[in-house]
Design a binder for this molecule. Structure first.
Ligand SMILES: [Cu+2]
Length: 386
């Protein structure tokens, strides 16, 4: 492959990842931070409080946490700072780290408020992995402190001697119970948690139907579906035969014998790497079922839409979401933003502008911190000052 092709593929990979700007930030010396004052948004626009991780360069946390990508053989130094009011860690789930870097408080170290730390390990095995906070794990995890880790090879093969593919598609399954996130210090015994939001990459329902969420393929160019679960539920992905799916890896290692999945079960913490090479012209979905592990009821079905690139109709438009000036007194601008939705620090909606031409007038607004969602996508924080 020529250098130009390689760069192009890398650009495609980056643009496919839903939290793309986080990856750009990762080009600099990356530093994650933990926060306990974030929001995720339900399909109807309701904000739900989250805890999580974000890039220091971005200044906000996301659900899921930023995708961490490393190259096979890389010596990784993952810098982490914790300005939040409670202690946190980073447990690199499934990666071959030593005990000191394992992020389990009793046997590793705790990153207390105001502290920072570096997790070091060698990314010796390519594969699909996860990371999460390991402090009061059930609570910190259900609040949103988790993300995916990919270790890939520069030649776009899954592993040495493994199959080649065109692009990575990270798909992280998770769920949450709104009542718990609204009141994390309330008296919720963890075994009573019954998730009511079921997510793929932090989104569900109609959010997964947005044009920029559709996974486009080119016939003969297999996509590597990186499946991992941080859900309370048991996830079952229903691969239809036209997807021509083959599962090559499980839990970060090649399988002795690859298999063609139909209903692929993914239990909490498990990961699978599945190549798909759908039939030309295929336009369908990968239904992912969430089954309760308590009473075996079907809780939800979330769909990943998959479409031949030749049928692509809408070019997703990417806009910068930082907003300027911030802090602001009179107005704040997101270039080209069409829809600007705003909530105050208490989660109360205070504005919903359509055809906004990028400018939000905040003159006379109460001083404080606000959360804005831009064009139904990324959410950002801004501050109104006197
Ligand atoms: Cu934590």
């Amino acid at each position: 492959m020529s250098t130009v092709q390689h760069i192009l593929r890398t650009v495609v990979l980056i643009s496919m990842v839903w939290l793309a700007p986080s990856l750009y930030a990762q080009q600099q010396p990356p530093e994650l931070f933990s926060g306990m004052e974030g929001y995720t948004f339900l399909p109807d626009g309701t904000p739900v409080p989250i805890w999580g991780y974000g890039w220091v360069a971005d200044g906000f946390i996301t659900l899921p946490a930023p995708l961490l990508t490393y190259t096979e053989g890389e010596s990784v130094q993952l810098n982490f700072t914790n300005p939040s009011p409670e202690s946190h860690t980073i447990h690199l789930h499934g990666l071959d780290v030593d005990q000191a870097n394992d992020g389990v408080p009793g046997t590793s170290f705790l990153v207390t408020t105001g502290d920072d730390a570096t997790y070091s390990f060698d990314a010796d095995y390519p594969g699909t992995f996860l990371y999460h906070c390991h402090v009061t794990t059930t609570l910190h995890l259900t609040m949103g402190m988790y993300g995916m880790v990919l270790v890939t090879r520069p030649d776009f093969t899954l592993f040495a001697g493994g199959p080649a593919y065109a692009e990575d598609v990270p798909l992280l399954f998770s769920d949450l119970e709104i009542a718990t996130n609204l009141d994390p210090v309330g008296s919720y015994p963890f075994h009573d948690i019954r998730p009511d939001v079921f997510m793929i990459n932090g989104e569900s329902g109609s959010q997964l139907e947005a044009p920029e969420r559709i996974v486009h393929f080119e016939p003969g160019q297999p996509l590597a579906f990186r499946l991992g679960s941080m859900a309370y539920s048991r996830v079952v992905c229903q691969f239809s035969p036209e997807l021509n799916a083959t599962c090559y890896m499980s839990d970060g290692r090649p399988l002795p014998t690859p298999f063609e999945p139909d209903a692929l079960e993914i239990y909490p913490g498990e990961r699978f790497t599945v190549l798909i090479d759908p039939e030309p012209g295929w336009d369908g979905s990968l239904p992912c079922e969430f089954w309760s592990m308590v009473d075996e009821t079907l809780e939800s079905v979330e769909n990943i839409h998959i479409r031949d690139a030749a049928l692509k109709v809408v070019e997703p438009q990417f806009i910068g979401v930082t907003g300027y000036p911030n802090p602001t007194r009179e107005h704040i601008t997101w270039d080209d933003a069409r829809r600007i939705e705003v909530w105050n620090a208490y989660g109360v909606p205070v504005a919903d502008l359509r055809f906004a031409r990028g400018v939000l007038d905040v003159a006379g607004w109460p001083v404080g911190t606000y959360v804005a969602r831009i064009d139904g996508g990324r959410s950002v924080r801004f501050v109104v000052i006197e």
